[in-house]
Design a binder for this molecule. Structure first.
Ligand code: SF4
Length: 405
């Protein structure tokens, strides 16, 4: 069953569609983008990318900059400030009005509290800021209660902890060893914080076994965080050299991954979690499910804003009529910033074709098209109507087998 899906996907080569060949215009300047997306910027959902990490995890496919040099914090703040000021000028508005904030990386808590305060100042976010929704990715290995309290003070409501796996052999294999275990960290965090925690796990990591992965479920059962995110290891060694460290035999096969995922879906449901898509599960609480508005590049959104504006190196912006990424390389990003055009790739959609293309963009994260597969005949849930974690599984299965695009 699974192999037939993989073969089907392999033939379609959906990973190579970006930017879309049917887009109205590609790689337009930022000024042109703003004209074409006129009106899409009322009330902002903002994504800020902080690319720095002190050490490289060998599985990682994110846009990162590995350094122990924290003087980068100040330099990067200057870039973000410059980008924001340019945006205001180009948009012809006096302030950003951030209603939803997503901070990702890299490691956002690479920044000291002092420099994070400066970031909030740049973004015009005060203490007790009233957001519709927030999400920040945090590395728990360099996090403590003081940092968490500081973020709470500024109104941040959701902290995604990249736990990935709890098994020492798996963590050692992906070069993510730590002097403390996640359980020790969680014991030191106050219980009120658990209502804001989102545990992120990665399925299909090298050296994972059924036993090692089901231990992760026990952690969810014990601490019952507000949300759980289940993502998939995506093997892209042509982009990330660090992934060439693994032998094929180190990586669990797709059938194994599918079985584990099925087990997770069942057990998380039994624990009272509900899937909102993109591998995101939330505790079954009426107000959260009813408040859920849409899915975008950062996952489920509780904000009514129809898009998200990205700031920072490699950040991605997504609106109903178009999407773009900033340059991924810091020197190039900073050089292009001075020309007020940090955009590397952009796509503006035909207005009559918006919905289809928007779906196509989202498919990049899962790589399959609606109605492309007769899910019912395969006896598995339709990921477009049930839980789209299946899409991540397919992305994994495909990326493992596709040649470089
Ligand atoms: S997994 Fe996280 S901490 Fe590790 S290199 Fe990637 S972004 Fe940095």
């Amino acid at each position: 069953m699974i192999s037939s899906i993989i073969e089907n996907q392999k033939a379609k080569r959906r990973l190579s569609i970006y930017p879309s060949s049917l887009a109205e215009s590609k790689n337009v300047s930022f000024d042109e983008l703003l004209v074409k997306l006129d009106g899409a910027f009322v009330d902002n959902s903002l994504y800020v990318h902080i690319p720095f990490c002190e050490r490289m995890c060998s599985f990682c496919a994110c846009n990162t900059s590995i350094t122990g040099d924290h003087s980068w914090e100040e330099k990067y703040l200057k870039y973000l400030s410059f980008e924001k000021e340019s945006l205001l000028e180009q948009l012809g508005v006096s302030r950003l009005n951030v209603s939803r904030l997503v901070v990702g990386g890299g490691t956002p808590n690479f920044f000291s509290i002092k420099n994070f305060k400066k970031l909030f100042h740049i973004l015009e976010i005060e203490r007790d800021h009233s957001f519709d929704d927030t999400l920040i990715e945090l590395d728990w290995r360099c996090l403590d209660q003081e940092y968490v309290d500081f973020l709470k003070d500024y109104g941040l409501s959701q902290f995604r902890l990249a736990i990935l796996d709890t098994n020492p052999k798996v963590l050692g294999g992906i070069q993510r060893n730590s002097s403390i275990e996640i359980q020790d960290f969680l014991k030191d965090i106050d219980s009120d914080t658990f209502d804001r925690l989102n545990f992120e796990f990665l399925l299909g990591l090298p050296f994972q076994t059924e036993d090692s992965f089901t231990a992760n479920l026990k952690l969810v059962e014990e601490y019952r965080p507000q949300a759980v995110t289940l993502n998939h290891f995506v093997k892209v060694p042509w982009i990330k050299e660090n992934q060439r460290l693994y032998k094929e035999s180190d990586i669990p096969g797709p059938e194994f991954v599918a079985d584990l995922e099925t087990q997770w879906i069942q057990e998380l449901s039994q624990l009272g979690y509900v899937a909102l898509g993109f591998g995101y599960w939330t505790r079954n609480q009426e107000q959260i499910i009813q408040g859920f508005q849409s899915l975008d590049i950062s996952g489920p959104s509780f904000s009514k804003t129809p898009g998200i504006l990205g700031l920072g190196v490699g950040s991605l912006s997504q609106f109903p009529r178009g999407f773009w990424t900033n340059h991924k390389n810091i020197p190039v990003y900073s050089r292009e910033l001075e020309r007020k055009n940090p955009v590397q790739d952009s796509v503006v959609l035909f207005s009559e074709d918006q919905e289809k293309k928007h779906g196509e963009f989202l498919n990049l994260l899962g790589t399959i098209e609606k109605d492309q597969i007769d899910w019912k005949s395969l006896g598995i849930p339709d990921p477009f109507t049930t839980d789209s974690t299946w899409r991540h599984f397919l992305a994994l299965a495909m990326s493992d087998r596709l040649e470089s695009p």
